[in-house]
Design a protein around this ligand. Structure first.
Ligand code: KG4
Ligand code: ZN
Length: 341
């Protein structure tokens, strides 16, 4: 089955053509980062308007690349939530209308399910069941995945998402948006011994996260350094390092706990923060003694993209699921409300 996937939940327009037997045929991504950079974060109305400008030309582009005509498409998949409502509506309207015009089924995909399944695009990926760490700008989730749509949320952030904490820390340090890659790059030259930041909620049982206290701790440290005239380039790098160490350590501690408690032998990680190198290395080392392997998609499939939506949609369409003619945008959509296949 050939599925066209459309992702427009936030600040990236992603489209892809995925074939159930031939794999990923073409994909394209347009990032709005420069559009929002001056504002230090995503401006929802600007995001929606830009998705309107970019989605159709990008679809035409990947069809040309793959040598595929609209009549070859057998199903449409689009992100129907969670995300920015205006941005979601653009992709949902385009995909649902195309499916209607082509008389093929359409399905609204949960953005975090897209992230969760993205590692499975790699043929050497693990089989179900596995633990998934989903760390993006909007979510921090630890999930037990027993099959497509069969997810148990084991833990989640009670306040800020890990990516959001990276973005806010970047702002405090005068870095650009999105902050994760910039904080990680600056942390490279930071001294890990200079500051010791808290590892929130690691001294309590359970698998939930909280990053807002760590954010405040970081802000107070930056303010203190500023007031005493010590906030030079080295101090900024040292703060970035201490912050990154604290987030990575916190995520690793909870992942180890989830693996130990479940007895499962594989963990996949996905979402933008899963592109973080230190997190990848640290997690692999920490889970080795538990005989658990860590799998993660290449960085371009960690951050938002159309391929993960085409793939997740294809699995559901192949199982016979599809939506009605309604254009579905669900800005809030708890993951445990998903139907199994
Ligand atoms: O999954 P994603 O592309 O979009 C959302 O669905 O939110 O994730 C974006 C988030 C941003 O907060 C960004 O700062 C973070 O992922 N991120 C990183 C890295 N690359 C992206 N955080 C830490 N280290 C990175 N290398
Ligand atoms: Zn995402």
């Amino acid at each position: 089955m050939l599925v066209l996937g459309v992702e427009t939940s936030c600040d990236e327009t992603g489209v892809a053509l995925y074939h159930s037997e031939r794999g990923l045929l073409a994909d394209a991504l347009y990032s709005q980062i420069p559009l929002h950079a001056d504002y230090g974060g995503v401006v929802p109305e600007l995001a929606s308007r830009d998705h309107i400008r970019k989605t159709l030309p990008l679809i035409a582009q990947i069809m040309r690349q793959a040598g595929i005509g609209p009549g070859d498409v057998e199903g449409l998949a689009y992100t129907s939530g969670p995300g920015l409502v205006g941005a979601l509506l653009v992709g949902a309207s385009i995909a649902r209308s195309m499916a209607w015009a082509l008389q093929v089924p359409a399905i609204g995909v949960h953005h975090m399910e897209g992230h969760l399944l993205a590692p499975l695009l790699d043929p050497s990926a693990p089989e179900f069941p596995f633990i998934a760490l989903l760390v993006s700008g909007g979510h921090t989730l630890l999930v037990r995945a027993d099959g497509v749509g069969n997810y148990e949320v084991l833990g989640e952030s009670l306040d800020d998402a890990a990516g959001e904490a990276f973005d806010k820390t970047a702002k405090m340090l005068g870095l650009g948006y999105p902050g994760g890659p910039e904080v990680a790059a600056l942390a490279q030259s930071g001294d890990p011994e200079r500051f010791d930041f808290p590892r929130p909620m690691t001294d309590r049982p359970g698998l939930d996260f909280s990053f807002s206290g760590l954010k405040t701790y970081t802000l107070n440290t930056v303010k203190r350094l500023e007031q005493s005239g010590q906030l030079d380039d080295q101090a900024r790098a040292d703060v970035a390092r201490a912050f990154e160490e604290a987030v990575v350590d916190t995520l690793v501690i909870k992942c180890r706990r989830a693996v130990r408690d479940s007895g499962l032998d594989s963990l996949v990680m996905a979402g933008g923060v899963a592109a973080n190198r230190r997190l990848r290395e640290r997690l692999a080392t920490a889970l080795e003694p538990l005989a658990c392997r860590v799998c993660y998609p290449p960085p371009e499939l960690c951050t938002d993209n159309g391929a993960m939506i085409a793939f997740a949609g294809c699995l559901r369409l192949l199982a016979g699921q599809h939506d009605g003619l309604t254009i579905n945008a669900r800005p809030r959509w708890p993951m445990n409300e998903l139907e199994g296949v």
